[in-house]
Design a protein around this ligand. Structure first.
Ligand code: PHB
Length: 391
């Protein structure tokens, strides 16, 4: 008994001694400040990205190149003033090495100047207005851009008997991008836009807008609303009998968000959207991802926001690895540029020039399979760069 105890103590002591000599044992952990809307209107985005970041760490460990990684999750309630304050605290007090997350465009833009000033990489996992990457040279994006998604729909619609459209977008950065890039392409392809409608971001009431669309009787209504708002649009669309009146619903994939799709009901059937990720994406990497995510999160379906979070963690881990665990804002940033890997969404590339993601955009149709609704991909445009970049 005593001898065994002695041997065990000796073993423990030698492990401690070995740890003491390792280069990074004394070093502070590498800190990732993950700023997300965990409450409020965009809470589904926070829930999805936090779950994905935790899944990444569960699968890949919390030590990279000998350095311990610590994830600090903060709720910004999707109010940009709160995002700014939280980011400041994380950078100044907690001394985080990277800030990440950013559920909506105004949150990302609020922190961009702080990232520049403090030379802290800012990994945008959700927000999708084209111009965000131009707001600071420290921004790297793993989500998508609205121009990427919307242009594909501007090409698809006129080839599929949609000649007249009304657009309905949320009135801020990504909605204005979606409206502009869809319209330009749709017009170029011979389509006609009857009216452009914009709804407020906060507490939107879609009913009066949809009534107007019904009166205008376009072949289709093109919609962009941010993740989490799609179910409300779909419900109103159905209740007003717009589908029965022969008006088709098209949009970027935000409106048939996989986080909500299964509860939208049959009104969603046949809706065609363009986007970078579907839970139904048919690849071994995605099957593995969806299975692990659902298992770890009480059967919650991973949506496109989750994938931005999961891939963002990969980009940070790989960058830390390349710096041999040392980190440092400029070294991390350099190591994030040009990364190429297979995401659950398909092959992706972080463009070294723009720091924005290059990826496939898929056309998808909502179908019912085994009693559940899915965005089933039926076509792909490969390696799409953000068309919104001016340089
Ligand atoms: C954004 O605010 O940039 C944003 C949010 C949700 C989306 C897309 C874009 O689904």
């Amino acid at each position: 008994m005593q001898k065994r105890f002695f041997l065990r103590t000796l073993a423990a002591a030698s492990v401690l001694a070995a740890a003491g000599t390792s280069a990074f044992a004394q070093q502070a952990p590498f800190k990732i400040g993950l700023i997300l809307p965990m409450t409020g209107q965009q809470a589904t985005t926070g829930r999805q990205i936090e779950a994905a970041a935790k899944l990444w760490m569960a699968q890949n460990g919390d030590t990279v190149a000998g350095r311990k990684v610590q994830l600090i999750v903060k709720d910004d309630t999707s109010l940009p003033d709160v995002t700014r304050r939280v980011a400041q605290e994380l950078i100044v007090n907690d001394k985080v090495d990277v800030v990440a997350g950013f559920g909506i465009t105004p949150s990302a833009l609020a922190v961009a100047p702080i990232a520049t000033q403090s030379k802290t990489p800012l990994v945008v996992m959700a927000a999708a207005t084209s111009s965000i990457t131009e707001a600071s040279p420290y921004v790297v994006r793993t989500s998508f851009t609205l121009p990427q998604a919307a242009v594909a729909m501007g090409d698809w619609a006129p080839k599929n008997n949609i000649k007249t459209v009304v657009t309905l977008v949320t009135d801020y950065g990504p909605g204005i991008d979606a409206e502009k890039f869809f319209n330009d392409r749709f017009l170029f392809n011979g389509g006609k836009v009857l009216e452009k409608l914009r709804v407020p971001l906060r507490n939107p009431d879609f009913a009066p807008f949809l009534q107007k669309v019904r009166d205008l009787k376009p072949d289709a209504l093109f919609v962009f609303v941010p993740s989490g708002a799609g179910a409300a649009v779909m419900k109103q669309f159905g209740e007003r009998g717009m589908d029965k009146a022969g008006i088709r619903l098209i949009g970027t994939g935000d409106v048939t968000d996989d986080d909500q799709l299964n509860d939208m009901g049959d009104v969603a059937l046949g809706v065609v959207t363009s986007h970078h990720y579907s839970t139904a994406h048919n690849s071994p990497a995605n099957k593995k991802y969806v299975e692990a995510f659902m298992k770890a999160n009480n059967k919650l379906r991973p949506n496109f926001m989750s994938v931005g979070g999961y891939d963002g963690m990969r980009v940070i881990y790989e960058a830390l690895k390349k710096t041999g665990g040392k980190g440092g804002g400029d070294a991390l940033l350099a190591a994030m540029k040009g990364q190429i890997f297979e995401s659950p969404r398909g092959p992706v590339f972080i463009d070294a020039q723009t720091r924005d993601i290059v990826q496939n955009i898929y056309l998808r149709k909502v179908e019912k399979k085994d009693g559940q609704l899915w965005n089933v991909e039926f076509d792909v445009i490969k390696d799409v760069k953000d068309p919104g970049k001016t340089k």
